[in-house]
Every structure is written in structure tokens, then in C-alpha cells.
Design a protein around this ligand. Structure first.
Ligand code: ATP
Length: 220
């Protein structure tokens, strides 16, 4: 079974990585692919380019067996719709391989507004990681969409290639890329929120306005 974690990753942080590792182990995934999007469909333009965001993802994953960067959304024109990504995996891997589309609870709550959400569920399982500040019951449209699909046990996901919804308890890390971008823009450190190599690249290349903000702070 293959896990897929899509995101803007602007930048990647430990709130992506640790839950991903725990989900990989809980589900016994053979592989977990990280898919940075080129153009996020439901939000503003990312701060850094797709190539830069992907390079940071590659650095973050470098040492973890079974974690891999997947660049397929970067080369595709237009918004990076998950359903198109899943169709490309099915074309490559066939109908029988188990696919798990992983997302945080905030992203899951927005699922009914996605492009062709029913096809997303037809093509993959959906695995939801709880995220701090995102508790509560699903709204009516989401509840209807997942009715009869929620798995009591994670082993159910191994019995069919797609179509189940599973909630996985993960270590709660109240880290977001937004808070990291804001800290960097103020010249504050992102150390210990992101992997050390990612932090080194952000500093060396002055990403997210860090260099300018840090220089201004030193000069004031
Ligand atoms: P931003 O603050 O820019 O919105 P983000 O931190 O939410 O970014 P994304 O790249 O948008 O990061 O997230 C990719 C996926 O990872 C989404 O499904 C999101 O819900 C999930 N995710 C991000 N941060 C966490 C976290 N701290 N805990 C659990 N899931 C997370």
C-alpha cells in the first residue's frame, strides 16, 4: 500500500513529517510519497516557487527509508487537482494497488469543495490525521460523503484498494507553514520547527524574507 501526502509545503515542517512517519508505521505502508503542488487550487500563490519548495522537501526526506519526493504535480499545467494526481497513479500502478491519500483534519474538512471529490474517494482511501485546533464533527456535506466508508480498524484498508476513510491518532504538533513564514519574515528563527538541513537552506538562500528581516533587525 502506498501513502500520498500532498501539500503546498511552503515550507515543509515537522508537523508534516512526524504525522507522516506515524501513519506510515500504523498502516504498514510500503512507501510514502510527498507531492508538492505547483498551483494550490484553494488558496493564494505560495511564497516560494514550486522548485524551491520541492527542493526543501527533498532535503527533509533525505534520510528516511520509504519516504520519497514525487514531482508529478510540478510539471502539470493549471491547478494541482488531487483527482488528476490519483488518476495518474492509477494509470501507472493499475487498479489493485492500495492508495492512501493522507491529509490533516483541516484539509479533510474542505473535501466537499474539492474538484470531483467523489472520484477522489473512488480512486484512493482517505487517511485523516488529527491536527491541533481542528476538532469537532464533520459538516453535513462531508458527513454524507463519508457515510458508510469510515473504517473501524486500519486493517480494513488493506482489504480493498480505495474507498475507505480512516482517522489516525498522531502526535499533535501545533506547527503550520504560516507561522513559520511569519516568523521568518520577522527575522525569527525556524530552528527545531523544520529539519536542520531545511533551516540551513532557508538561511543560506534567504528564503521567506529571512535574510532581509534578520539584517534589518541587526541594523536597527
Ligand atoms: P499553511 O500554514 O501554509 O496553510 P500547512 O502547515 O497547513 O500550511 P500544507 O502544506 O498546507 O501545510 O499541508 C499539507 C498537508 O499536511 C495538509 O493535509 C495539512 O492538513 C497537513 N498538515 C500540515 N501541518 C500539519 C500538522 N501540524 N499536523 C497534522 N497535519 C498537518
Amino acid at each position: 500500500m502506498i501513502g500520498l501526502l500532498g501539500g503546498t509545503f511552503d515550507p515543509i515542517h515537522f508537523g508534516h513529517l512526524r504525522p507522516a512517519l506515524e501513519i506510515r508505521d500504523a498502516l504498514g505502508l510500503d512507501e510514502l510519497r510527498f507531492l508538492p503542488c505547483r498551483i494550490p487550487p484553494h488558496r493564494g500563490t505560495p511564497r516560494e516557487s514550486a522548485q524551491t519548495r520541492a527542493a526543501l522537501v527533498a532535503q527533509a526526506l533525505a534520510d528516511e527509508a520509504g519516504f520519497a519526493l514525487d514531482r508529478r504535480e510540478l510539471g502539470r499545467e493549471g491547478p494541482s487537482y488531487t483527482v488528476d494526481t490519483l488518476e495518474s497513479f492509477r494509470a501507472e500502478l493499475g487498479a489493485q494497488v492500495g492508495l492512501c491519500w493522507i491529509m490533516g483534519r483541516d484539509a479533510f474538512n474542505g473535501l466537499p469543495k474539492w474538484h470531483r471529490p467523489h472520484d477522489v474517494l473512488r480512486l484512493a482511501h482517505i487517511v485523516v490525521a488529527q491536527r491541533p485546533g481542528e476538532e469537532g464533527e464533520p459538516g453535513a456535506a462531508l458527513a454524507e460523503m463519508i457515510a458508510g466508508r469510515v473504517s473501524e480498524s486500519l486493517t480494513e484498508l488493506t482489504q480493498q484498494p480505495a474507498g475507505c476513510v480512516a482517522f489516525v491518532d498522531v502526535t499533535q504538533l501545533a506547527i503550520s507553514a504560516t507561522m513559520i513564514r511569519e516568523a521568518l519574515a520577522r527575522g525569527q528563527s525556524a530552528r527545531f520547527l523544520v529539519p536542520e538541513r531545511v533551516w540551513e537552506t532557508i538561511r543560506a538562500e534567504g528564503l521567506y524574507g529571512w535574510k532581509n528581516a534578520a539584517t534589518e533587525a541587526a541594523n536597527s
